[in-house]
Design a protein around this ligand. Structure first.
Ligand SMILES: *[C@@H]1O[C@H](CO)[C@@H](O)[C@H](O)[C@H]1NC(C)=O
Ligand SMILES: *[C@@H]1O[C@H](CO)[C@@H](O)[C@H](O)[C@H]1NC(C)=O
Ligand SMILES: *[C@@H]1O[C@H](CO)[C@@H](O)[C@H](O)[C@H]1NC(C)=O
Ligand SMILES: *[C@@H]1O[C@H](CO)[C@@H](O)[C@H](O)[C@H]1NC(C)=O
Ligand SMILES: *[C@@H]1O[C@H](CO)[C@@H](O)[C@H](O)[C@H]1NC(C)=O
Ligand SMILES: *[C@@H]1O[C@H](CO)[C@@H](O)[C@H](O)[C@H]1NC(C)=O
Ligand SMILES: *[C@@H]1O[C@H](CO)[C@@H](O)[C@H](O)[C@H]1NC(C)=O
Length: 427
């Protein structure tokens, strides 16, 4: 059963979180007042966590990789997912085939997500496998995916959640590529992994609102004074043109307040929009671009549904007063968090239905909503630095319940993406 919030205490708990940024005192109050009656509440911690969470400043070229893992599996069984809703199912304990890689075996992981290295004492979150009710997901094969990606580009577009999925995909693939034949580098707004022998690239492109905004700089992006240009997208799309596989995601940046400053038409005419209205307008701008630019013969488009947060433990454990920190098990059984906006889900669904272009909707929200145990919590960084001892001692204010540890939940998103790519490839 979905646990509904029972008191205002939940919203009050936003305050210390927002106060984590000393300058935000006034804002915190505003958020609190605005959102008392809104269900769009649980992401307010985002301002705290998204700051400085653009593209990490680093350049990696060819790492040692002595750790083979079992990604290279040529006798994988192709399971037909055509008539199966792979998003309905359950998490099952599987310490035999999970995780697909380890923090040590993937040299490309950034410290934001290496929870073990950052001191997380338990590693149970790595051993759960998503089991759809009516079918099996095809066994992930890095070799097979690289084969599909030969002479092609796969690009993830979105925010830092989406960057986590990119990082996961790179880790899933890189183990089968020998040293010297792979590289990862960063150019403004992008991270690009190159598998030389396949002439394949896996890319991440920073566009937290998908459309243009004043947060588009990959590292120096404004969080509080967000301004979204609902009808402008061309600065971004020039980076997407001709990409063979495009994977989009955008949610958490919208959810700071129920209203957002935006422009439509005249760039000087800044107005406050209801977030759901603004989100819809932005997706329409995106949809128009798709319909006039995507070549369905050669390009595939995917949209990842929203990634849930776990900011209030009272939602799954009534009477408790924490957040996702110290959670060691998934939620088993029906659960839908209050921060998981059904309005936004509906807008995405409607927009995709009205498109001429076929976009595959990867409905990962429910399965991720079960994973209260899988966030980075205090075993992460903020503004490029690992949390201090003092901060770690204060999980109520400092636990990140938005981003995910790797290996972890984003690997499952990629397994599902892979299942669809496989299907598209053979059809
Ligand atoms: C796998 O999990 C089972 C059940 O919890 C446990 O008994 C077993 O020791 C675990 N195996 C490994 C290799 O960790
Ligand atoms: C290498 O891949 C790119 C796309 O990523 C493609 O445009 C180019 O034609 C490929 N090169 C060869 C030799 O096929
Ligand atoms: C970040 O952007 C702001 C506003 O555009 C600018 O004033 C500031 O100098 C920038 N900071 C850095 C480190 O580039
Ligand atoms: C879009 O690109 C143009 C030219 O590079 C630049 O002047 C403009 O500021 C960009 N717009 C946004 C919203 O970043
Ligand atoms: C919109 O911008 C104005 C002027 O900068 C500011 O006063 C207002 O608080 C902003 N609204 C939101 C929802 O951020
Ligand atoms: C925003 O719009 C939605 C849908 O029209 C509506 O349900 C919601 O109450 C509006 N929110 C605000 C804060 O006006
Ligand atoms: C996505 O999944 C949720 C929960 O399983 C479901 O309620 C919703 O209808 C699904 N959306 C679409 C578009 O399939």
């Amino acid at each position: 059963m979905t646990t509904q919030p029972s008191s205002n205490r939940k919203y009050i708990s936003i305050l210390p979180i927002a106060l984590g940024c000393v300058l935000l005192l006034g804002t915190a109050r505003l958020v609190f007042d605005n959102l008392k009656n809104s269900k769009e509440t649980s992401i307010f911690q985002w301002q705290f966590w998204l700051q400085g969470s653009g593209i990490d400043k680093y350049f990696i070229n060819v790492f040692d990789n002595n750790n083979n893992n079992n990604n290279n599996n040529n006798n994988n069984i192709y399971e037909d997912i055509e008539d199966c809703n792979v998003f309905e199912g359950k998490w099952v304990w599987d310490n035999l085939t999970r995780p697909f890689y380890t923090e040590q075996s993937c040299p490309y992981l950034v410290k934001q997500v290496t929870c073990q290295k950052n001191g997380r004492p338990d590693d149970f979150y790595q051993f759960w496998r998503w089991q759809p009710n009516d079918c099996n997901l095809p066994r992930f094969s890095a070799v097979k995916l690289l084969h599909i990606l030969r002479n092609k580009r796969l690009m993830f577009v979105g925010d830092s959640i989406q960057r986590g999925q990119f990082d996961s995909m790179v880790c899933l693939l890189q183990s089968v590529i020998p040293e010297g034949k792979k590289s990862l580098h960063k150019v403004p707004s992008k991270k690009i992994f190159h598998a030389q022998e396949y002439n394949a690239t896996i890319e991440f492109y920073w566009a937290p609102f998908i459309v243009e905004s004043n947060s588009d700089h990959s590292t120096n992006h404004t969080v509080l004074k967000r301004l979204v240009k609902l009808d402008r997208i061309s600065n971004h799309t020039q980076n997407w043109e001709g990409v063979d596989y495009l994977v989009f995601e955008s949610y958490v940046w919208w959810m700071y307040k129920p209203i957002i400053n935006a422009t439509y038409g005249n760039p000087n005419d800044i107005k406050e929009y209801n977030v759901t209205t603004a989100y819809k307008m932005a997706l329409e701008t995106w949809a128009n671009w798709l319909d006039s630019n995507i070549n369905p013969q050669t390009q595939k488009v995917y949209f990842i549904s929203l990634s849930p947060t776990h900011l209030w433990s009272s939602e799954w454990n009534p009477g408790s007063d924490g957040n996702c920190f110290n959670e060691k098990e998934p939620i088993h059984g029906p659960y839908w968090g209050i921060g998981t906006s059904l309005d936004i889900m509906k807008i995405v669904q409607e927009t995709l239905q009205n498109l001429k272009t076929e976009v595959t909707f990867l409905n990962i929200t429910q399965l991720s909503d079960f994973r209260k145990d899988a966030h980075t919590t205090i075993y992460t960084e903020r503004k490029g630095k690992l949390l201090t001892k003092e901060q770690k001692a204060d999980p109520k204010n400092y636990a990140d319940c938005i981003h995910w540890c790797l290996p972890g939940v984003p690997d499952t998103w990629n397994e599902i993406l892979y299942a669809h790519m496989l299907q598209d490839f053979y059809n």
